[in-house]
Design a protein around this ligand. Structure first.
Ligand code: PEP
Ligand code: MG
Length: 654
């Protein structure tokens, strides 16, 4: 047996991606290879074991190899361990856990007076056949397997493993799969094939457990082990283990998962909840409406629904069994009302409303590409709020004049990998090109403890909305912030990119962002990478910013008022708490007073001011904003035509 002492130089240690690559390399040798840290060792051919060892950058380890090609194995593996970039893709993407997309836009929650309703999350009335999205619950049968049936049970496990890996391989080969998805699928295949999982299942089967029970148990235990590792990247693999366990379980029980890909035209999607990942697979244009028992107006599915103009009610109080049993479902996405199997008279009334709304939309169509100029001759920009490139098309169709708010946090949260600088630069540039010559305003990362992201350690906070979020977190984490700023500088060579900073409370934060931008520019220059000159604006959404607006305006090219947060902070009314929904009103005089302070300061300091909170789309508030001096309104794409009409018809002088 040969051994060699080496120091781990792989950037951030042997987390999932490098561990998978390391195992791939180790498997090319016939020798048995072990990797030891102190007295603890792991088989170098098991990605799961390696990940669980949680080797960090800078740690000293010993590599041992036993076999006829031991020397060559040690050379190659030591070389890998001592190379900082080993196992990372060139852009340096690192795996992260999937987190539910943090919400972005917000409509004051409205609870339906009627029956089983919930929060009106995307306006519009709909009625149609129910399409239930209730993923199969896998229960352990706890069946005893007689000794003579053990081999057959193990054979069933092997077949399930083959089916699962074949499915994952097939998914990997599908056209349009991104490099990140490929990495995720490879990691899943590695977990499915790893002896750590299958070995534990086999052992349990040999003690008389049935294959399904053994798989569910071994998967749960392994996922819990991952969750306990003191490393964000490794912890995130727990989700992969759960995914693979579920896939194996489905294969063993011969059940297929429901897929949103099969939603028929005109159906109402009913579910407990829908993840961003699942929703992305749905033929969105076919959906007539959405009803979920979980979620609120700010969840990802709500934002997507608003983007595509699909009526939605979330947080419905419907009994799950009743929801599953319903064949026809109707909803009002404005009031939050839901009707399960409405009687004929009710259904006729709802259909009449659907038809009237459709007529109203047709009438609004005429405004999609009209220039929104007020009667007084002032040209107003009506732009869209977006969270992903998929929303470009509906926004352009709706007549959006650029992007007033691109919520970048969704890029970080709806997927399992942190987007690299290169990838972000590509996304921002694509967005800019799609809307050129109109401007696109990209908001820097606005995440916080209310929806944490793995890879960024959020401490527990009693009041996350008053905590470490937005620019506060970004300034503390230049390792996360600088790649984004560099990507924005690079994309700004397109000429129409602007940067907006969220959650600002004082000028010092803006100056620090500017200093970081200068640092990023210098680094790009040194590397010979071209950078543009994006304007820097401030998202005005805290009372402090409103009160200090004159001071802030000296450091900004523009203001954009985030009425969603401004309302919750001015009114001291949590935007997610339906009990205080009545206080969470953007039209409250106190909120409008704060908006006026901001507009007055912008006028005095000669910068333009826009509104990008949900209030920007309200026909009752648009004339008020225009009178205060607002020249840009940004909203969900579906609201653009109506806002243009309102601007054209608004009486500014009133
Ligand atoms: C706002 O606060 O008004 C806003 C537009 O941002 P978000 O809803 O993403 O917090
Ligand atoms: Mg906000």
């Amino acid at each position: 047996m040969l051994e060699r002492s080496v120091t781990v130089r792989v950037k951030e240690g042997l987390h999932a991606r490098p561990a998978t690559q390391f195992v791939k390399l180790a498997k090319t040798f016939r020798s048995a290879v072990e990797l030891r840290r102190g007295t603890v060792g792991a088989n170098a051919k098991s990605a799961v074991k390696l990940m669980l060892l949680g080797l960090k950058e800078g740690e000293a380890i010993v590599l041992q190899a036993d076999g006829d090609d031991a020397a060559a194995a040690l050379d190659a593996l030591a070389d890998f361990i001592e190379t900082p970039e080993a196992g990372l893709d060139p852009a340096g993407t690192v795996p992260l856990a999937t987190a539910d997309a943090r919400s972005a836009s917000f409509t004051p929650p409205r609870f339906a007076a009627e029956g089983v309703g919930g929060v009106g999350a995307s306006e519009g009335t709909a009625i149609g056949p129910a399409f239930g999205f209730f993923p199969t619950v896998l229960l352990a049968p706890n069946r005893r397997v007689a000794p003579e049936a053990v081999e057959a049970e193990i054979e069933a496990l092997r077949r399930a493993l083959d089916t699962t890996t074949a499915g994952l391989l097939e998914a990997k080969l599908k056209p349009g799969v991104s490099p990140q998805d490929t990495q995720i699928l490879e990691a899943l295949i590695e977990v499915a094939r790893d002896a750590e999982l299958t070995g534990a299942v086999e052992t349990a089967i040999r003690t008389g457990r049935d294959a399904l029970t053994a798989t569910l148990e071994a998967g749960r235990i392994l996922a819990e082990t991952f969750e306990k590792v003191d490393n964000d990247y490794i912890r995130a693999r727990a989700e992969d283990v759960r995914g693979v366990t579920r896939a194996l379980g489905l294969a063993l029980s011969g059940t297929a998962d429901v897929s949103l890909a099969r939603v028929p035209e005109g159906a109402i999607l009913v579910a407990e909840e829908i993840s961003a990942w699942d929703f992305a697979k749905a033929p969105i244009a076919a959906l007539a409406g959405i009803v979920c028992t979980k979620g609120a107006a700010t969840s990802h599915v709500a934002i997507m629904a608003r983007t595509h103009g699909i009526p939605a009610v979330l947080g419905a109080r419907a009994d799950l069994a009743a929801l599953k049993a319903a064949t026809t479902v109707a909803l009002d996405g404005k009031t939050g009302a839901v009707w399960l199997d409405p009687d004929m008279a009710k259904a006729d009334g709802i259909r009449a409303r659907v038809a009237a709304e459709s007529q109203e939309r047709d009438a609004l169509d005429a405004f999609r590409h009209r220039a929104p100029v007020t009667r007084g001759g002032r040209a107003i920009t009506v732009a869209a709020n977006l969270g992903s490139l998929k929303e470009i098309e509906p926004a352009l169709k709706a007549g959006a004049m650029g992007v007033g708010l691109f919520r970048t946090e969704l890029l970080f949260m709806e997927r399992k990998t942190l987007p690299s600088e290169d990838e972000q630069a590509g996304i921002y540039a694509e967005l800019a090109r799609a809307f050129a010559p109109h401007p696109v305003i990209v908001r820097t990362l606005d995440i916080g403890g209310d929806k944490p992201v793995a890879g960024i350690e959020f401490p527990h906070e009693d009041n996350p909305f008053l905590g470490w979020r937005g620019v506060r977190m970004c300034l503390d984490r230049p390792d996360v912030f600088k790649p984004q700023l560099k990507a924005l500088l690079r994309a700004a060579t397109e000429g129409n990119v602007k940067i907006m900073v969220p959650m600002v409370t004082n000028a010092d934060e803006v100056l620090r962002v500017k200093a970081l931008l200068a640092e990023c520019r210098a680094e790009l220059d040194a590397a010979g990478v071209a950078a543009g000159e994006p304007e820097l604006g401030i998202m005005m959404e805290t009372p402090a910013a409103a009160l200090l607006a004159d001071d802030l305006a000296k450091h900004a090219a523009f203001f954009s008022i985030g009425t969603n947060d401004l309302t919750q902070y001015v009114m001291a009314a949590d935007r997610l708490n339906p009990r205080v929904a009545d206080l969470n009103r953007a039209d409250h005089p106190a909120v409008l007073k704060a908006v006026e302070l901001i507009c007055d300061a912008a006028r005095r300091q000669n910068i333009w001011v826009g509104v990008c909170g949900e209030a920007a789309a309200r026909p009752d508030l648009i004339p008020i904003f225009l009178r205060m001096g607002v020249t840009e309104l940004s909203m969900s794409p579906a609201s653009v035509p109506r806002a243009k009409k309102t601007v054209i018809e608004a009486d500014e002088a009133a």
